[in-house]
Design a protein around this ligand. Structure first.
Ligand code: EPU
Length: 348
């Protein structure tokens, strides 16, 4: 008789009144009325078909690295633990790879690189899961997930039906997608990526270029770029395993050209990134630092010393504490620069 790992065959484990503080990277206190550890689509279908489902509140949880709990959760918290990663096919253009939504993003990226499939290296060390990546179209160091995206499978939580989303249907934008705009509607089950054979390193981002130069690497491999990105992130960003945080707390604001010109006249040297449509993206971290918030706390939450855009839990913070400092920073940046900041994580 061969032993089967318990997790492989186990049905949905449902537990009641569960502490969620270890399941969100900010370490905020909240409890779930019912926590479902979702290991198969069938298990999800059973839940959706059960009486009362339509009226039961639900929250889909991946790595919990992009949400701020402001209170306890009634109903179901669906912790996505759908695993698996595989090569679906390859052709002259490259490789088609699929991963279950519950896979850890960074481990997935490193696995693709180890297999010799380049393309995701700039997105190394981003916290969270594969299934969460399309929701806010994660991006860093000159690459967005959408650049390598092929399609995904999502379950309609109203009906239990499985739907395939090709790229055009996802409405990807800067830290945005149709999934982010319709919270609670879809549960992403698996994501497919196209990784290019005709790969070129993306080293245009100044930090990446400087790190590679410091390492004496002129023609980097994908693994070199990944290693450089990991080093940069470790230097600049707090490790959520040690210091509670949700990554960048605000989106980089995009303003009209005329508004940028006015700002640049007052603040020469303001970092800015011209967009294809003529608008200009500003660096929220710079605005927050210049508004005097870098390294400053309000109660148990502070702006991180080495990257002002990241808010950190100094210990014992609640969602209300996070909201208080976020509002104070927004108000100060608006007063100083006339620019409105928009939070990046989702408040639930
Ligand atoms: N800056 C400051 N002070 C600060 C932080 C930044 O002056 O405290 C300036 C920097 O000197 C630079 C500019 O702002 O001129 C941009 O800073 P950085 O390169 O650190 O990147 P960012 O715009 O602050 C964005 C993403 C990050 C991503 C990095 C690298 C957003 C909201 N954030 O940050 O993504 O890792 O670029 O590509 O777009 C995340 O989304 O959680 C995240 C960490």
């Amino acid at each position: 008789m061969s032993a089967t790992p318990a997790s492989a065959a186990a049905p949905a484990a449902i537990t009641d009144d569960v502490d969620l503080s270890a399941l969100n990277s900010f370490g905020l206190p909240a409890r779930a009325a019912h926590l479902v550890r979702l290991r198969s689509i069938d298990q999800l279908r059973e839940l959706v078909a059960a009486p009362g489902w339509a009226d039961t509140p639900r929250l889909v949880l991946g790595g919990g690295s992009n949400l701020i709990f402001t209170g306890d959760r009634p109903g179901f918290v669906l912790k996505v633990e759908l695993g698996g990663r595989r090569l679906l096919g390859e052709d002259a253009a490259g490789w088609l790879i699929e991963a279950g939504a519950g896979e850890n993003w960074h481990e997935f990226v490193r696995w693709t690189l180890a297999q010799g499939w380049p393309g995701l290296e700039n997105l190394s060390l981003i916290p969270g899961t594969v299934g969460a990546a399309p929701i806010q179209n994660i991006g860093a160091y000159g690459l967005e997930m959408a650049d390598r995206f092929d399609s995904l499978d999502a379950v309609d939580l109203a009906t239990g039906a499985l739907r395939v989303f090709r790229r055009e249907a996802c409405g990807f934008g800067y830290r945005d997608s149709v999934f982010k705009r319709a919270p609670g509607r879809w549960l992403i089950a698996a994501v497919r990526f196209r990784l290019p054979r005709a790969w070129q390193p993306r080293t245009g981002y100044a930090d990446v270029a400087a790190e590679l130069a410091a390492r004496g690497i002129a023609a980097p491999s994908a693994l070199d770029v990944s290693d450089a990105v990991i080093a940069i992130r470790r230097r600049k960003l707090p490790d959520p395993a040690r210091i509670g945080n949700a990554g960048s707390f605000f989106k980089n604001p995009v303003v009209a050209r005329a508004a940028f010109e006015r700002l640049a006249a007052l603040h020469p040297g303001v970092p800015h990134y011209p967009q294809a449509d003529g608008s200009v993206k500003l660096a929220a971290g710079w605005l927050i630092e210049r508004a005097g918030w870098k390294g400053r706390d309000l109660g148990p939450v502070g702006s991180f010393e080495r990257q002002a855009l990241v808010l950190v839990n100094r210990g014992g913070a609640t969602g209300a504490d996070v909201r208080r400092i976020a509002d104070a920073i927004r108000a100060d940046v608006a007063a100083h620069f006339g620019v409105e900041l928009e939070p990046e994580p989702v408040f639930v």
